[in-house]
Design a protein around this ligand. Structure first.
Ligand code: FES
Length: 153
């Protein structure tokens, strides 16, 4: 984190790039450590840094599960059945939005349009966007996420 902050502080408008870089690296922003370090480096108050982190929904302050699944809740996907899919996903995972499954594998998040409107319902899994997701396709996806490679010793 020191390195990311040291590199990022030179950029104009350094706060957002630094926060993105930390989240990309760690999966979340460990606020207790990160906020004082960033505030000192950028000569801002801790409250200012906290305010930016909490304003942008993209930033997470707790560690996510192994996979982050984002379900599009915006209009076009709703018109293509996203509501029913959302119900299925929550039931299948046993969690609501902003929660992680008990086995720590999947964090479920809402998202408001992924730019894939004509091919909804849309999901993002990590960096991948999937379209025309049905309940059956989601189940298949979940199976593939839960299949861990077997280590050969
Ligand atoms: S509305 Fe879902 S991708 Fe745009």
């Amino acid at each position: 984190m020191e390195k990311v902050i040291a590199e990022g502080r030179q950029l104009p408008g350094a706060l957002l790039p630094i926060l993105h870089a930390i989240q990309d690296e760690l999966g979340y922003i460990p606020v207790d450590d990160a906020v004082p370090m960033i505030a000192d480096a950028l000569n801002q108050t801790r409250a200012e840094v906290h305010g930016v982190i909490s304003f942008y929904h993209h930033f997470r302050t707790t560690a996510p599960g192994d996979h982050v699944v984002q379900v599009c809740r915006a209009e076009a996907c709703q018109a293509l059945g996203a509501r029913a899919l959302e119900g299925h996903i929550k039931q299948r995972l046993g969690v609501d939005y902003h929660q992680t499954t008990a086995d720590g594998q999947v964090t479920l998040e809402p998202v408001y349009c992924l730019g894939n409107c004509s091919c909804g319902p849309s999901l993002r899994v990590g960096d991948k966007i999937l379209g025309r997701v049905s309940a059956a396709r989601f189940d298949a996806l979940l199976d593939s996420l839960q299949t861990r490679p077997v280590e050969v010793l």
